[in-house]
Design a protein around this ligand. Sequence first.
Ligand code: PEP
Ligand code: MG
Length: 873
Amino acid sequence: KKYVYTFGGGSAEGDKSMKDLLGGKGANLAEMSSIGLPIPPGFTLSAEVCKFYNENDEAWPEGVEAQLQEGVAKLEKLMGLKFGDSEDPLLVSVRSGAAKSMPGMMDTVLNLGLNDRSVQGLANKTDNTRFAFDCYRRFIDMFGNVVMGIDHEEFEEVLQKLKDEEGVELDTELGVKELKELVDRYKAVYRKSTGYMFPQDPNEQLHHAINAVFGSWSSKRAKTYRKINRITGLLGTAVNVQAMVYGNMGEDCATGVCFTRNPADGTNELYGEFLVNAQGEDVVAGIRTPRNIDELKDDMPKSYEELVEMTEKLEQHYQDMQDIEFTIQQGELFILQTRNGKRTGVAAVKIAVDMVDEGLISQKGAVQKLVEPGHLDQLLHPQLNQSDISEDEIIGKGLPASPGAAVGKVVFNSDKAEEEHGKGEAVILVRIETSPEDVGGMSAAEGILTSRGGMTSHAAVVARGWGKPCVAGCDDIVINYESQSFTNGEVTVKAGDWISIDGARGIVIKGKKPVEEPSFGENYHTFMNWVDEIRDMAVRTNADAPEDAKRAREFGAQGIGLARTEHMFFGEERIKAMRKMIISETESERREALVSLLPYQKQDFIDIFDAMEGLPVTVRLLDPPLHEFLPDEEEEIESLAKELKIPLRDLKRKIRLLKEFNPMLGHRGCRLGITYPEITEMQSRAILEAAVHLKKQGKTVLPEIMIPLVGTSEEFIHQHEVVDHVAAEVFKEAGESVEYKVGTMIEIPRAAIVADKIAEEAEFFSFGTNDLTQMTYGYSRDDAGKFLEIYMQEGILKDDPFQILDEEGVGSLVKMATEKGRKARKDLKVGICGEHGGDPSSVRFCYNLGLNYVSCSPYRVPVARLAAAQAKL
Ligand code: PEP
Ligand code: MG
């Protein structure tokens, strides 16, 4: 079996389609090699080896060792160098790379192959002894840290001590003699910490490093990152072993990272940072402040030209914006890595529209791969009102690392961020810089502020990926962890104080600023037009207030899939009438109370139908258990008794009677309408009178009346008859009629099972996957939080089934009910209105089942539109 794939010299054994096996980095290196880009050659150990390693006590599968040796031999041949050679050694980097990018999660070792002999070889070759020993001491540090787990600080202390002894301030002021001394001292640190000598055999170094990468796959921080980002189903990480090239051999060398377009706003410009005479880690780690890529044009015009050419070639080849790492070694450009660049929502949409305009990709291609549903979600994020902020309120300016406004209380460490977030507090995580250990806290925070690091620092990359506001590298402020505060010299902000950040402008403001809704640009509309041209499944919204309906319509909703009428009973006057209805002892009392509710309901429907004029509106009849409408505080009960003019004791008795052991399985849904048909009558009347009213104004209204929680066709027939009876009355009274449909929710497993029988009567189905999930799993939707987290940690559940439709179980019921329903009624309209209607993977599932529409909350509508289009492609 093949485990090791070589690349370089214009060919490769792998290609970009092999991400699962070779990881993103390995697959792209192979691809770049095949299309003739200048990459340092090497080979990739497949992720299968990692899986085996982690499952078999750190052993390798049979045959890997031999293939590894072949890979090394081939690399030596390509480079014309020998591993560990004392004249001119082959040196390699060892990097992780999984199928999904995990910034900073995995570890890298550079300069592997250096030892007491080959360091001389490197010195000879480069004619630069200082450089060689500098590489060697970095290697010992990195190897010690990454592979052996020695704290990097231990090396730093030794370095600082030596610098103090020598009376110098900068690393670069250390000469050859001092660096040789430093190497010895580093080796001593290594020996003291590990109990072993620093390994001199390059082969042994290589094995250690490869194993360390495999091991880091199951480290806590890698697991946390995967959990937060819901990365599952991967084998492990691949390992890339690649010939070293140097950006730190002198002033004609450089290293950098760049995006082929601006990842924050999408502008078509080379965007990135570089450092002259430095190694890649220096840029990413944010130790030295990197320079703007534009300056490379002046420093190294030829290399800059080449870089521009390469970025164009890469964009054309990948048809996507690329995130590139490069190194210039003595004037020669090497591409070390490329991947599709992470970007903000605004940038994603602009890049998609621009790339289509530039003829780089088709409209379909752009919809399919250049914008993710989550990007659109970001576009809907709130912003700070610019005019609301005066210059003197700004206490710091940093890099606009990730757009959006965030307001919260300052916390200085990640555990605290998680803790406060758990209590429902909004927090801003403020760190000098972030590291992978902070991902939990970053995820918990509303926004992130760092005082150090560039646009490609850990904080910036992670925040952009999540669409979380971030201001990075804000060096106006000095953070003091000890005193739990930061200051810009004039203003001091303490832990717990409120700040507001604007990640699009990179500004920090003291205090709590109001945030406002975003507006969409022209690019958004252009892009969404393409989405809608492709898409054929409709997207509706769940809305029960006219404002929500209006907003959803602006977001592109094609109707209402679920108007929950119970939400309409919570106004001050209404709740009174509702409560009166609920505690009524007799039908006539109940009817009396309902009569006073009717005008409210009717007006609500007029407003909603009006907002959705010309589009279908599904109104669901009363669903929740009645006691939800009753007060439970003593005081409230007393005042209700007074208001209704009944003895307190009677009211309390009534409330007691209405209490249920299992309300979600109790007297709710159509069971209410069947036991109290007058409720269904009132609601149907309100709906149909509203419809008639608007029709008389010449408006088109398409009401669909939905019966909730049906489990038998008899229940449905009963309610259907009540509705039809009222309709006949209303139309006769009004001398006008409207077309209406009567259908049902499918949210009880039994309903899914007898869907054919129900479909004989019902004109449409709408899957209430919230209840359907609740009842299929038997997990209370209101209590599952207590154990779902643990279930996911233990791998018992992959996802929260209330967020992502459980395709295997609940999805099977949806599928079966759809098929059975359509068999009984060919033109049965089928949709979904549970929370899953706004989740991209669930939308795809619904599309594949042939559902007519998904319905989701207003803010999810654009997301669902895109997901529906992508499902088709
Ligand atoms: C459902 O159960 O999925 C549904 C949409 O109804 P509700 O959430 O109101 O119970
Ligand atoms: Mg329900």
